[in-house]
Ligand binder design. Structure first.
Ligand code: FES
Ligand code: FES
Length: 379
């Protein structure tokens, strides 16, 4: 069965007839001959196939073309006349930013997006922002981020090293970028965001269970996927720099029951919001998930689940931020203390299975509506 879809590709309206299982990368490369989009791992890990879907970077190898009816796609070819892209290409050339060039299209698209969204980044933030793109040639650096980035280790280059790294990681990398607004002044949001117990209390499934000193904590993250329940126990560390309103939370943990492991880092940056006394929070997180739970960490579905978890976090955080001083702290410290308004997700365990099914159900409905020629539900 083939399905006709309509997209805008590099500013030009196109129609295509695709198999339901055809990836966007195959559509671009095989059908439209837009071969700047490279294919490396074909499982969403290496970033060689990075393109912009509706303005956001995405892995074309795991994006199903059929799900992109109406989307706006921009590939490296579509940025050929862009001044920032021209500057980036020169910078890559002058700074020996490539060897064989296979990863370079994805690197260019990701760095173009990063600079446009966040022009004043520190070196560490650039490292985090680009850590979803792997280069097998040029001795990329260890992406295992630890507190303050102090354990970044330069590795030798070459394919052997790249293979060893993949084996060592043994999992699936998820990269999530979110921006949201909190209805409170930046100073207040900063203080509360640096209260690790309060943040954990707002995050569905998260809990702080002990202090290790020097801004390091023992934590637990509980996740439920269908019948599979996992509790990741591990350590997290926080390193924040108020002079640029940025912090990094890094950590790793393991669930002995499902033999799954997770490690990663999240950078948050605060800026003034679009309305008075509001704050914009930009988050970039990289999580490597290994073991049975890694099978649920695919592309856009993860993004949609992340959207829902973020919405729950913002609602919980705003509810606590609205509490009088002292009460918010107390509610963060007391597991049974109710928030000012009901959280959108239970804070004891995040039900990823439930979220996954909700996302898939919506997608199936939209798919059949398109198939039957019916207008979208919200039309
Ligand atoms: Fe798409 Fe590697 S080819 S992420
Ligand atoms: Fe060869 Fe990056 S330059 S893979």
């Amino acid at each position: 069965m083939k399905i006709e879809i309509a997209l805008t590709i590099n500013g030009r309206k196109r129609t295509a007839t695709v198999e339901p299982r055809q990836s966007l990368a195959d559509l671009l490369r095989e059908d439209l001959r837009l071969t700047a989009t490279h294919l490396g791992c074909e499982q969403g890990v290496c970033g060689a196939c990075t393109v912009l879907i509706d303005g956001a970077p995405a892995r074309a190898c795991i994006a199903l073309a059929v799900s992109l009816d109406g989307a706006d796609i921009r590939t490296l070819e579509g940025l050929g006349d862009d001044a920032l892209m021209a500057t980036l290409k020169d910078a890559f050339h002058e700074n020996h930013g490539l060897q064989c060039g296979f990863c370079t299209p994805g690197m260019l698209v990701s760095s173009w997006d990063l600079i446009r969204r966040r022009p004043r980044l520190s070196e560490q933030e650039i490292r985090i922002g680009m850590s979803g793109n792997l280069c097998r040639c040029t001795g990329y650096q260890d992406r295992a981020l630890h507190q303050g980035g102090s354990r970044h280790a330069v590795r030798g280059g070459g394919r052997r090293e790249g293979g060893a790294r993949r084996k060592q990681a043994g999992g699936r990398l998820m990269r999530i970028e979110k921006s949201f607004q909190i209805k409170a002044p930046r100073e207040h949001v900063w203080t509360m965001l640096n209260d690790v117990r309060l943040v954990a209390a707002c995050l569905p499934g998260a809990a702080i269970i002990g202090e290790l000193g020097d801004n390091r904590y023992k934590g637990r993250m509980s996740v439920k996927v269908g019948p599979m329940a996992a509790a990741f126990n591990g350590e997290i560390g926080i390193d924040s720099r108020k002079q640029d309103w940025t912090g990094v939370v890094s950590g790793k943990g393991a669930d002995s029951g499902s033999s799954s492991r997770a490690s990663g880092a999240m950078t948050y940056t605060l800026a003034d919001g679009s309305t008075p006394a509001s704050t914009r929070v930009d988050i970039v997180s990289e999580v490597n998930l290994a073991g049975p739970l890694a099978q649920f960490s695919k592309g856009q579905i993860v993004q949609e689940i992340a959207n829902r978890i973020t919405a729950a976090f913002v609602a919980n955080f705003e509810a606590r931020i609205a509490l009088p001083a002292g009460q918010a702290d107390q509610s963060a410290l007391t597991a049974s203390a109710p928030p000012a308004s009901p959280p959108q997700q239970p804070t004891s365990q995040v039900d990823a299975g439930g979220l996954l099914w909700a996302v898939l159900r919506e997608r199936m409905r939209a798919f059949f509506r398109r198939l039957l020629g019916r207008p979208p539900a919200d039309a």
